[in-house]
Design a protein. Structure first.
Lengths: 256, 325
């Protein structure tokens, strides 16, 4: 099983690396990271903070954008182009195929994020700002967030078109960043049904804000160990549940 | 294969309905089809476009699930996956990752099929040579012609040395040379002891390579049996052409041997049961006729196929149009 999953994952990574879309987004991300350096230079105050804020936000935004753009076509494209016909005729289950596609994309995105982080670290060092443990924690949770976002995109890709999947996955990402605010608004409303609905949404939607330690990293604020491992555990559980749902749907599909 | 040996492929009472959703009526594309494929034969699955050939193949490959009935390959339910290491599949108009080279795609499929790493390189090289693609092995698939893609498709179906191979319209879109090459490849597979299941609507190819055929029309099997049985259409017959025979003698032969007679210029052609050819020739020569030729009569698969389609059309008109679904 491991060989088959790895073979699919390796090939998915190879496809992503040879994809033009990925390079375009990657290029824009690097441009923005460099732009943060220019913006920091033309600012009169808190130059380093501007560099950190824009740099970290660029890495996160572009990593998530690439995850959604590539993730939503991950399964659909295979079905549409009928490559899935020959692959699934081999001794490979649909679950292994989906898991391989998922891991391949996550691995590629982590590699890309690592390159962006390396560029950001080099620019920060040029400005005399060394990255610390807070940055490492932020980047670690960014990796978890990417794994969650790709799982969500893969889930939608397992049964709908890339256009709809990108709308759903993008919507979930936005809602997932606001789910805490949503729960608080519901709690403050004093209306029971609103409280129940917002609490339910908070439980069902991914709490993506828990993966965002950019502020702590940019401002050098302390990060407790639980701020790292609890979201990491939560992310792993969320990914598992979403992938199990995706496999269940994918197993039942007819490839007409 | 001996008559009592279990079939390699068995389809029993398969029904497939597609549900368009939104409250629309379900569409039945397979109406309880049954047939079997024996070991070591080339089996032709023949039907017009839209007859249900590809749907049947997709059920066999586990790509769609039957609504009713059972299908098995090598004794395993088609829903299982592990037995697929013994099965090869070439879909219709195959599409492969065009960012890979011919060698890379075969290595990819070989690894998925469980070919040991130690044998991977030699197996891929042998397959590339077998399908005549060694010179293009390191070119990207996006640069391949239709015929080359078909050959790489056949190579991926065989990369793990399966015992049974399924080919969906393997000659589709190929020029005459390409079709001959693929035909030769299929015949080579049989000579290596493999069982080949070939879906097609090109009847001449079926006549040339298939041992047995099943004809499917509008989701129903209309014929199943040995190709030569179809081609002779039941009792074997022969066409006897005679010259210098008087009309009276010809009429007498027609009556005596229950032959069908037609005049061709100054000659007469009589179609007669093969077992009556000798006595009829004696009678004709005794009546002063000269024998021009004796040819075994072969009904073309095309004529059988067309009559099956016509029969189905007539049946469906009689039943009030569409099949009940």
């Amino acid at each position: 099983m491991i060989t088959r999953v790895f073979t699919i994952a390796w090939n998915t990574g190879r496809e992503a690396v040879r994809s033009k879309l990925l390079y375009t987004l990657f290029f824009f991300a690097l441009v923005l990271i460099f732009a943060s350096l220019i913006l920091a230079n033309i600012s009169y105050v808190e130059r380093n903070r501007i560099l950190q804020d824009i740099g970290l936000a660029s890495i996160r935004f572009f990593s998530v954008a690439i995850s959604i753009f590539v993730g939503v076509g991950l399964i659909h494209k295979e079905v549409e182009r009928r490559t899935v016909y020959t692959i699934l005729s081999k001794p490979l289950s649909r679950g292994e195929f989906l898991l391989g596609k998922y891991l391949g994309l996550v691995g590629t995105l982590w590699l890309q994020a690592a390159i962006m982080i390396a560029v950001f670290a080099a620019i920060s060092l040029l400005r005399g700002v060394a990255l610390d443990a807070g940055h490492a924690a932020a980047f670690g949770l960014l990796a978890v967030e990417l794994a969650v976002v790709v799982a969500i995109a893969t889930f939608f890709s397992a049964f709908t078109t890339p256009l709809l999947a990108s709308l759903f996955a993008g919507g979930v990402w936005i809602a997932g960043n606001l789910t805490r605010n949503l729960r608080d608004i519901g709690a403050d409303s004093g209306v029971e049904i609103v409280q129940q609905v917002t609490a339910l949404l908070h439980r069902v939607l991914p709490d993506l804000a828990s993966f965002n330690l950019s502020i702590e990293a940019a401002h050098g604020l302390p990060v407790a160990a639980s701020d790292l491992w609890l979201p990491a555990l939560y992310g792993a559980a969320y990914v598992t549940i979403v992938l199990v749902c995706a496999v269940t749907i994918f197993e039942r599909r007819d490839f007409k | 294969m001996s008559a009592g040996a279990p079939p390699i492929v068995r389809i029993q009472g398969i029904v497939k309905d597609f549900h368009p959703g939104l409250g629309l009526r379900r569409r039945r594309v397979l109406h309880g089809i049954s047939f079997s494929v024996r070991e070591g034969e080339i089996f032709g699955f023949v039907g017009p476009n839209g007859a249900g050939k590809t749907t049947t193949l997709k059920i066999l490959m586990g790509l769609i699930r039957p609504s009713q009935g059972a299908a098995s390959i090598l004794g395993h339910d088609v829903g299982e996956t592990s037995f697929r290491r013994h099965v090869g599949f070439l879909p219709e108009n195959p599409y492969f990752y065009d960012f890979l080279t011919g060698r890379e795609i075969l290595r990819f499929y070989a690894r998925l099929s469980g070919v040991p790493r130690s044998r991977l390189g030699s197996r891929v090289d042998a397959l590339l040579a077998w399908v005549g693609l060694t010179p293009a092995a390191d070119a990207h698939l996006r640069t391949y012609s239709k015929g080359m893609l078909q050959r790489i498709g056949i190579a991926q179906a065989l990369v793990h040395d399966p015992s049974v191979v399924f080919l969906d319209e393997p000659m589709s879109g190929l020029d005459p040379i390409g079709r001959k090459e693929v035909r030769d490849l299929i015949l080579r597979l049989r000579s290596e002891g493999k069982t080949v299941f070939m879906s097609t609507h090109i009847l001449s190819d079926v006549e040339m390579v298939c041992d047995r055929v099943a004809i499917i029309v509008r989701g129903r099997i209309r014929f199943e049996g040995a190709t030569h049985e179809f081609l002779t259409g039941g009792e074997p017959e022969a066409d006897v052409v005679l010259a210098r025979l008087s009309p009276e003698a010809a009429a007498s032969l027609e009556e005596e041997f229950r032959a069908r007679l037609r005049g061709v210029d100054e000659r007469i052609e009589l179609r007669v049961a093969e077992k009556l050819v000798n006595p009829m020739l004696h009678a004709a020569i005794a009546a002063g006729a000269e024998v021009v030729s004796v040819t075994p009569h072969r009904m073309s698969l095309e004529s059988i196929f067309l009559s099956a389609v016509e029969e189905d059309r007539a049946r469906s008109k009689g039943a009030g149009g569409e099949d009940p679904t």
